[in-house]
Design a binder for this molecule. Structure first.
Ligand SMILES: [Zn+2]
Length: 302
């Protein structure tokens, strides 16, 4: 099952149905009459690394302070996004219960704005402690054993958010054979619409050392489905977009809070989907950063 923190507001104008499909929770976002919600808009945050200690500073950044500001900006968006996600490394190191409690507390404004939050796990997460702290039902009813997969279907594209957590607090990630088998079927079942893949870990193409150890098998699956248009990931803490040889767009999300390199921006990404592509905007938490507001137009491969 996915780990989804639903909106806290009862006033949900967006028609959003949740349908169980063999244990997988699918969020289905449809075009709605309410102009305050954009069913094609999504806010993505990565590498928040939240600690139970709200005063925790890493590399000169107060982790909770950065995350709180990003959440406030997302909560204030007009029109509101249909959904948001934290794409892994939700906690500082190994997913302590207090870390998840603070994470959940800081996410409240987004949920109060009526926007659901999907959690994708990374190497600095712990499934069991996440369930015990903030998602008591998420450990049940697994389609792929020990993995959390979230499918969000939206008017222009389907999001498939995968689980690459392998060993807690160790850098490499892996999707595993069972999840890749599920993905192959899920992509075939949704061949009528562009598919956007989300993993915490970055794919490894040659030079990079830390990332998704089963990049080869993943891309064997992705390249066999022409509906796959983009792969969003974090883990490297480096904002960038570039096309893979196949034309699949590789979107490396910036960190929200744990900044490896002061020259690189920290912030979140605003994605607006269109029929044949997406507009992706970088929102730096430092508005003076040269990449703040940078907008990238992505066109889907044929
Ligand atoms: Zn990571």
């Amino acid at each position: 099952m996915p780990i989804t923190l639903p909106p806290l507001s009862r006033r949900q104008f967006l028609k959003r149905s949740l349908a169980g499909t063999a244990g997988i929770l699918v969020g289905r976002i449809t075009l709605a009459a309410d102009a305050t919600v954009d069913p094609c808009r999504f806010a993505l945050m990565s590498d928040v690394h939240i600690a139970g200690d709200k005063a925790k500073i890493m590399r000169g950044v107060n982790l909770v302070e950065h995350f709180t500001r990003a959440c406030a900006q997302i909560a204030e968006l007009n029109p509101r996004p249909a959904a948001s996600a934290v794409t892994g490394d939700c906690t500082l190191l190994d997913g302590q219960p207090d870390d998840y409690m603070v994470l959940s507390e800081v996410l409240v404004p987004i949920r109060e704005a009526g926007v659901p939050v999907h959690l994708v796990l990374g190497n600095h997460d712990c499934r069991e402690r996440c369930w015990a702290s903030i998602a008591p039902d998420a450990g049940q009813d697994k389609v792929v054993e020990n993995r959390h997969i979230t499918v969000v279907e939206s008017p222009h594209a389907n999001w498939l958010m995968l689980d690459s957590l392998d060993v807690v607090n160790r850098s490499p990630g892996a999707l595993g054979e069972a999840q890749l088998k599920w993905l192959d079927v899920a992509l075939a079942e949704r061949s009528d619409k562009p598919a956007l893949i989300v993993t915490h870990h970055n794919p490894l193409f040659g030079k990079e050392k830390s990332g998704l150890s089963d990049t080869g098998p993943l891309y064997e699956v992705l390249l066999s489905h022409s509906n796959v248009k983009a792969h969003f990931f974090g883990h490297t803490h480096k904002w960038s977009t570039k096309p893979h040889d196949s034309g699949i767009h590789l979107i490396n999300l910036p960190p929200v809070a744990y900044v490896f390199n002061k020259e690189k921006p920290s912030g979140w990404i605003d994605v607006r989907l269109k029929a044949n592509g997406a507009t992706v905007q970088m929102n730096s938490l430092n508005p003076e950063h040269r990449q703040h507001g940078q907008t990238v137009e992505l066109e889907w491969r044929g």
